[in-house]
Each structure stands twice: as structure tokens, then as C-alpha cells.
Design a binder for this molecule. Structure first.
Ligand code: HEC
Length: 159
């Protein structure tokens, strides 16, 4: 009987040891997972105050021109720039305007199309200013993707 009790208590202590190991392992695993998701332990630190209004550019930066480009929109700086910025960037990005190169007639037709179908307002006196700006700065591109090859000196392929 004594043998049996001894055996029982041995089993119990092994069991306790295993349980302790499992608990330690669990805690370590949790710590590792936490460290992976928050390596700087920022959860335990005072949050750094976020500066309010940090993203709103100052009045000067808002219409800044850099290297002849209106930074906020990407339009070229030229006569009529602000009329274009104020009327043509409300619904879509300036890029949509810039990447379309047309002559005056087609610019007018595009504006008319937007007025008839997209709720673009009457541009009044600004229309001429805007069309003038667009043809001056974004005229149709005469050249295609590359010039036609001319005066090519072909060479014979040797075997
Ligand atoms: C009231 C909203 C609005 C305003 C303001 C506006 N547009 Fe548009 N425009 C649109 C819509 C909507 C489309 C279609 C967009 C699309 O296809 O994703 C469009 C498309 C265009 C296109 C592409 C046309 C095509 O054939 O793909 C050009 C170029 C364009 N606009 C130029 C201008 C210019 C220049 C002005 C300033 C005079 C202007 N837009 C102002 C609504 C507007």
C-alpha cells in the first residue's frame, strides 16, 4: 500500500510540474504575441498628443507655385490658372483635365457635355479664360508615341 501512495504522490508532483510549465509557456506565448503587435510597448506609455490642424496647409502653401506648377493641383502656372483651379477641380482631379489634350473646339465641347450631363455650372466670362488656358497649356499633341523611323540603315544578318 505504501508503494502505491508513493507512486500516487509522484504522479501528482509530475502533474503539478507539467501544469506549471504549461502556464509559463502560455504566459510567454502571450507576451511574444503582444510584443509582435506592439514592439514599442506604446500601450503602456503616455500617448503623444496629436497636433491639431497639422494637415491643413497654411494660407501661403495652399496656392503655392513651385517650378511653374501649382502644387496642389499639378496645373501649369499660366494666365487663367485660378479660374481653372476653382472651376475644374471640384468634381474630378486635375489629372483628368491635364491628361486630356484638345483644341479649343473640343475643350468647349467637353465643357458643354459636362454642363449638359454632369451638372457643370455656367462658367460665364470664365469660359473663354479657361478654354484659353487649356489650349495654351494642354494643346493636342501632334506627335504620336514616337516619330516615324526614317533613313534607317539596315544591316544584313549574318548566319
Ligand atoms: C460639376 C462637376 C464637374 C465640374 C465642375 C467639372 N467637371 Fe469635368 N467631368 C465631370 C464628370 C462627372 C466627368 C466624367 C468623369 C469620369 O468619366 O470619370 C468629367 C470629365 C471630364 C473630362 C474627361 C472627358 C472625357 O472625354 O473623358 C475632362 C477633360 C474634364 N472633365 C474637364 C473639365 C474641365 C476643363 C473643367 C472646368 C471647366 C471641368 N471638367 C469641371 C464633372 C465635372
Amino acid at each position: 500500500m505504501e508503494e502505491h501512495d508513493k507512486f500516487k504522490s509522484q504522479i501528482r508532483s509530475i502533474y503539478r510540474l507539467l501544469t506549471t510549465l504549461m502556464v509559463l509557456f502560455g504566459i510567454t506565448a502571450l507576451a511574444v504575441v503582444y510584443l509582435i503587435s506592439d514592439p514599442t510597448l506604446s500601450f503602456f506609455k503616455e500617448p503623444t498628443p496629436v497636433e491639431e490642424y497639422a494637415v491643413v496647409p497654411s494660407e501661403d502653401d495652399f496656392d503655392k507655385i513651385e517650378n511653374g506648377i501649382h502644387v496642389r493641383t499639378g496645373f501649369k502656372d499660366s494666365e487663367g490658372l485660378m479660374a481653372v483651379v476653382n472651376n475644374c477641380t471640384n468634381c474630378h482631379s486635375a489629372q483628368l483635365v491635364i491628361q486630356n489634350r484638345m483644341n479649343a473646339e473640343r475643350w468647349k465641347a467637353t465643357i458643354l457635355w459636362m454642363q449638359e450631363t454632369q451638372n457643370l455650372w455656367d462658367l460665364g466670362k470664365n469660359e473663354d479664360i479657361i478654354v484659353n488656358y487649356l489650349v495654351t497649356n494642354y494643346p493636342p499633341q501632334k506627335k504620336g508615341r514616337r516619330e516615324i523611323l526614317r533613313d534607317i540603315s539596315w544591316y544584313d544578318l549574318k548566319e
